[in-house]
Design a protein around this ligand. Structure first.
Ligand code: KIV
Length: 263
């Protein structure tokens, strides 16, 4: 099998074929996910909560993400890996260069950063220096203290318009993929249709080009899962079938349904 690339994801968007992605933090799960057909994985800073047991993603460091990226790369040599830039690791362009370089050297194909149009210069500079950038808009967990909790974003017209404007500005700056978290389905659809690049949703309804789930949510491990999460293991009884069911339901548009979306 040949390695998955951004061009493959763009082609899927053109063909209106939905794709499933998932977070991965270690070689064993990365291998299992790849074996079942997941070719895009995120080494998310959610590992601060799922692996390290903190109550937010803020304590995660670049060394943590780098360590887990190496592990995931070892388990899934041909997958397209997106590595999260953790809190305060891209506050200045200089910091972004060093930290993104560390993640790319660890095996990432792309880095992900959270935030709106204030990141346009960073996106442009990283892209020019051969680091592809995935944006992350909507509920941005690194900003939990500013947002006042893990809440659905873009519910009123002005905040929805701001998210759409941010997405367009970031795409113009060179962003090549976008994660949209916890926004109403109609807004996610507007943004997905407005952008040429693929948009991956989480808690954003079933009108985006792709979906992502935190693996602990998809496998029923999370103690208090968010509304949009679905325990695929409960329905299937084994992990391999659970992942295959997740892929099937994303590709057919059956997941997320109304009960796992915000309207
Ligand atoms: O860190 C993470 O797992 C993420 C997903 C929630 C998209 O950013």
């Amino acid at each position: 099998m040949k390695p998955t690339t951004l061009a493959d994801l763009s082609q899927l968007k053109k063909e209106k074929r939905k794709f499933a992605t998932i977070t991965a933090y270690d070689a064993s799960f990365a291998h299992l996910f790849a074996e079942q057909g997941i070719s895009v994985m995120l080494i998310g800073d959610s590992l601060g909560m799922t692996i390290q047991g903190f109550d937010s993603t803020l304590p995660v460091t670049i060394e943590d993400i780098s360590y887990h990226t190496r592990s995931v790369r070892a388990g899934a040599p041909r997958a397209f890996l997106i590595a999260d830039m953790p809190f305060m690791s891209y506050a200045t362009p200089e910091q972004s260069f060093d930290n993104a370089a560390e993640l790319m050297r660890s095996g990432a194909n792309m880095v992900k950063i959270e935030g709106g149009d204030w990141l346009c210069d960073t996106v442009k500079m990283l892209t020019e220096r051969a680091v592809p950038v995935c944006g992350h808009l909507g509920l941005t967990p690194q900003s939990v203290n500013v947002l006042g909790g893990y809440k659905v974003q873009g519910r009123d017209e002005s905040s929805a318009q701001k998210l759409l404007d941010d997405a367009i500005a970031l795409e113009k700056a060179g962003m090549q993929l976008l994660v949209l978290e916890c926004v109403p389905t109609t807004l996610a659809q507007r943004i997905t249709e407005a952008l040429d690049i693929p948009v991956i949703g989480i808690g954003a309804g079933n009108m985006t080009d792709g979906q992502i789930l935190v693996m602990h949510d998809a496998l029923g491990i999370t103690a208090r899962p968010p509304k949009f999460a679905k325990d695929f293991l409960k329905e299937t009884g084994n992990i391999r079938d659970a992942i295959r069911l997740y892929i099937e339901q994303v590709e057919s548009g059956a997941y997320p349904d109304q009960t796992h979306s915000f309207n």
